[in-house]
Design a protein around this ligand. Structure first.
Ligand code: AMP
Ligand code: ZN
Length: 469
């Protein structure tokens, strides 16, 4: 943790207070983070993944600041309907029907893919993964508390939260109920207020859905059904992080409905305010000025990017070049540019020898940038300034420290050099010693084409990995 008066004090932009705020956790040095995770009915696209890279950077920056981070991520494997306001069908059930598979297998398959993406993109694993279907009991218990306190009512299709019973609904996004209606026609059905939302949905017909539960098994009297989407996040985050915790993250689209609903039900049930101290939201990845989504096109998965010849970490580099609260325009061309710059960065580092020093001046600037609401574009610019500074010492060690936050695998382990490359390097050394520099350069090019680089050092030639830019 840094000195409170220092320029390097961590500041975060809190959606709840609508401004940049000094980060002061409830119980330092412990920090609890809950991240709204994926709905596992399909592959995650680059837009979704930008949101998770943001959560990863936040976690790494907190760790860099010596906090003990406990990060929890949920996995939505039931109850997320095609529309966020309780209409449409359950996304997992639709996928199961379409792919003629069990809902459980659909969820498991796409969760596995998601975890593979995490690994490829160097996103740290959360300390706890929690699936909605494994927390039905906790959700029902929470709804029962709300019922006992008089916050719920029953309609023909479920148990709903009555938002008129709380003082300030929609505080996170500053919405009053008229705003909620603006530009959007909400089908009220039997809801008392337009902003009311489902806590428990009844199955239309018993046995029609693959995933349904009888609340009687958990001591509640409602009809057989499944949980609404929002209740899982309140139930699971309180289970793993307590009834009040530090940070909750999501994409910008989560704030108006999902997060306002999470706040309403949690503050009503737990009698705490604010339920979560800091709310952080990342902006969309756009394609041709539109949000990247299945319906709008411009959707790529990590696997598709790999098939196009991209290293997934070049997408990470691309994302870090934008500030998380600003929309970022994605295209294959801009990704290509990012990939080239990323390769150039790695090659440049391979040419540098470790002088064992650390550069405090550049590290200070770097820390100031990352602690100023996670300014990764500025932090990357500082890294490049350091590499371009001919007078600067400690380049290699300093970049390795910075990479704890960037997570770009800039700190490469010693790699195995193939025999043919080693032989060429020996041949080149003989030519060089004999003064045949032209021939030596030709061999160096050959080595480069094989993906390696020969660096002449006072202790003799050293071979490192090289990527064609
Ligand atoms: P889902 O799996 O559909 O629940 O979405 C997972 C996360 O991705 C949500 O937190 C969304 O806010 C986020 N998301 C969806 N589309 C985009 C996008 N184009 N850019 C950034 N984040 C997105
Ligand atoms: Zn959530």
């Amino acid at each position: 943790m840094t000195d409170k008066n220092s320029k390097k004090t961590l500041k975060l932009c809190n959606t709840l207070s609508r401004g940049k705020q000094k980060f002061e956790p409830i119980n330092p040095p412990e920090v609890g983070i809950y991240e709204c995770g994926p709905t596992v009915y399909w592959y995650q696209h680059v837009g979704n993944l930008r949101r998770y890279i943001f959560g990863d950077i936040l976690t790494r920056i907190l760790k860099y600041n010596n906090y003990n981070v406990k990060r929890v991520m949920n996995v939505t494997d039931v109850g997320h309907l095609t529309s966020d306001d309780d209409t449409g069908d359950d996304k997992i059930e639709i996928a199961a029907k379409k792919e003629k598979k069990k809902a459980k297998d659909i969820a498991e398959f796409y969760l596995k893919k998601f975890k593979e993406d995490f690994e490829k993109l160097n996103i740290l694993d959360p300390d706890t993964w929690c699936k909605a279907t494994e927390h039905i009991k906790e959700m029902i218990e929470l709804i029962k508390i709300l019922e006992e306190k008089g916050y719920t009512y029953e309609t023909s299709d479920g148990i709903y939260f009555d938002t008129s019973k709380i003082e300030k609904y929609g505080e996170l996004t500053n919405l009053d109920s008229e705003d909620m209606e603006a530009g959007k026609r909400v089908d009220m059905k039997e809801k008392k207020n337009k902003t009311d939302f489902a806590l428990w949905k009844f199955s239309e017909e018993k046995g029609k859905r693959q995933q349904e539960w009888d609340p009687k098994d958990f001591g509640a009297e409602w009809k057989i059904g499944y949980p609404g989407w929002h209740i899982e996040c309140s139930a699971m985050s309180s289970k793993y992080l307590g009834k009040q915790y530090d940070i909750h993250t999501g994409g910008e689209d989560n704030a108006p409905i999902h997060h306002n609903n999470e706040i309403a039900q949690s503050e009503a049930a737990f009698c705490v305010r604010p339920w979560v101290k800091y709310w952080l939201h990342s902006a969309f990845l756009t394609s041709g000025n539109k949000k990247v989504s299945k319906s709008e096109g411009g959707l790529f998965t990590v696997e598709e990017l790999e098939k196009k010849g991209f290293d997934p970490l070049s997408f990470r580099y691309f994302v870090l070049n934008g500030h998380y609260r600003k929309q970022l325009a994605f295209s294959i061309d801009t990704l290509k540019q990012a990939q080239n710059t990323y390769k150039r960065l790695k090659n440049k580092l391979r040419e540098i020898e470790d002088d064992g020093e650390e550069n405090k001046e550049y590290l200070d600037k770097f820390e100031e940038a990352i602690n100023n609401d996670l300014n990764t574009p500025k932090a990357l610019a500082i890294l490049w300034d350091l590499l371009r500074d001919d007078q600067a010492k400690g380049k290699l060690k300093t970049v390795k420290i910075m990479d704890k936050v960037f997570g770009l695998n800039l700190d490469e382990e010693e790699i195995k050099i193939p025999k043919d490359v080693e032989e060429l390097a020996e041949k080149r050394e003989i030519e060089r010693k004999d003064g045949n520099y032209e021939e030596a350069d030709k061999i160096r090019e050959k080595i480069k084409n094989l993906g390696f680089y020969v660096n002449d050092t006072p202790e003799g030639p050293k071979i490192k990995k090289y990527e064609n830019e």
